[in-house]
Design a protein around this ligand. Sequence first.
Ligand code: V47
Length: 387
Amino acid sequence: MTASPAAHNYAHLDETLAKKLIQQAGLGDIDQRIANGTRLSLEDGIRLYETPHLAAVGLMAHRVRTSRHGRKTYFNINQHVNYTNICIYSCKFCAFAAKEGEARGYLMTPEVVEQKVREQLHRPVTEVHMVAGIHPTMGYDYYLDVVRAAKRGRPDIHVKAFTMVEIEHILNISGKSEDEVFADLRAAGLGSCPGGGAEVLVDRVHKAVFREKMGPDRWLMAARKVQRHGFKMNATMLYGHIERVDERVQHLIKLREVQDECGGFMAFIPLAFWPYHTDLANFGHVTTGNLDLRSIAVARLMLDNFPHVKAYWVMLTQESAQTALSFGANDIDGTVTEEKITHEAGTTEPQALGVDQIAHLINEAGYEPVQRTTIYEEIGERQATHA
Ligand code: V47
């Protein structure tokens, strides 16, 4: 896997030239703060979102990305299993959820989950990503059983499961102490948690588009609990709907504070909103390249304590995700397989990508594809090329 020479030029862009560009964009003071290791403020974040000089913002983020990860771009070989779409909540941005009794509603038994994992045994999958709706009646044991089922299907798989919304629900229905629940989840085989369900961690947006579901404080509290019990997790932000620029930056600052406190976040993943078949379908537009790249870059600059920024190709599109690698992202997620949440909402992307396709996206942009485990251990190149 060789990189194109273009990357070397961009990654090693002459420093004087870079400074000049950033200064001409009126962002010299922010650049200086980044160089000094001074944290960026809410106002800085807003300016980075609002300046017309996207290239300068991208360059600053690219510098940070390069200083931490060089040309490495991580990906993993994973599969998604959405074990139920039946959900007690009716979030306006969601096209995936169904009500119990609705024809399109489904619930996988643990046996079906095991079968889904077994179906991929011919591929070197290292992670199963399991998230779902909040089912009205399934009990505590069901959640442990779906984790056990995945492990039965493939004992060496890393189970990354349950958003903070599911974690809070599991805690609530368990009738057990927090310590006992996390011990049960660990014993069942839970390895880490994905970053979904955060949406925009601001009360106004919560009230307007996902008022029934847990709000910002409860999401952040659940994240603290998960991390204090020794699990790593990711964090997302669903952007491109009704949220304002300042609200996006507030979201980033809240995550940064929890990371200072607990240190268990691995990657930040900006999720581009897809409106089709949702209650926000009349909203009128889908994500744009400008907003995708800016969201990646601003996150890279604001989240100085997050090791990784992920460009999730399913929501960003392959085009934006590839370009995002030069705007601060150092991870492109995985092969995925059978994604439902974004496909219900109209993404034009395929259900899965092969390792060759992922490696091509990364190589062509001038970066080095590195297969990783869920928790960012590097896996040798040989294994990656045989998927
Ligand atoms: O929680 C829901 C979002 C999330 C829509 O942690 C939508 O590695 C766009 O969290 N348009 C699920 N987004 C996906 C997710 C994720 C994906 C990949 C990797 C990881 C990780 C996490 O998708 C939901 C919600 O925030 N979502 N509806 C929609 N219409």
